[in-house]
Ligand binder design. Structure first.
Ligand SMILES: [Zn+2]
Ligand SMILES: [Zn+2]
Length: 130
């Protein structure tokens, strides 16, 4: 079982928005540290406007050029103990980033490796249960 998906470990013990450096730093209960630059965080916005809904593509799906305002972190609100809601320089604030999402998309080398490792390799057919 992947320890990152076990209940209780996907809980931040610290969330620090470094607006000057343009970073969001999250410390997790299991000791892991996640650092997002705010541009990467903006691209992850999970809201219906950015991501689309009911089969319709969202704004981010059109690969827009993000302005400085759109990637400037103004504030971070905690949402019900399971998510954070950043407010951006352009006023956008409807994206609820769950802790699970933030941990799952952690950009550190360790987590990047974990993500690439769990993707099925296309074109391989010699598996045991064939
Ligand atoms: Zn959004
Ligand atoms: Zn990580």
């Amino acid at each position: 079982m992947n320890p990152a998906s076990a209940p209780g470990t996907i809980t931040p013990v610290s969330i620090h928005a470094d607006r000057g450096a343009g970073r969001l730093e999250i410390g997790w209960a299991d000791g892991h540290a996640t650092v997002y630059d705010t541009t990467a965080l903006r691209w992850l916005c999970p809201c219906a406007y950015c991501r689309g809904e009911a089969g319709m593509p969202g704004w981010l799906d059109s690969a827009p050029t993000l302005t400085e305002e759109q990637t400037r972190l103004v504030d971070v609100a905690l949402v019900g103990g399971y998510a954070i809601a950043p407010t951006w320089g352009d006023g956008h604030h409807t994206g609820y980033y769950t802790y699970a999402l933030l941990r799952d998309r952690c950009p550190c080398p360790e987590c990047s490796e974990r993500r690439s490792g769990r993707q099925p390799t296309p074109g391989r057919s010699h598996e045991e249960h064939a």
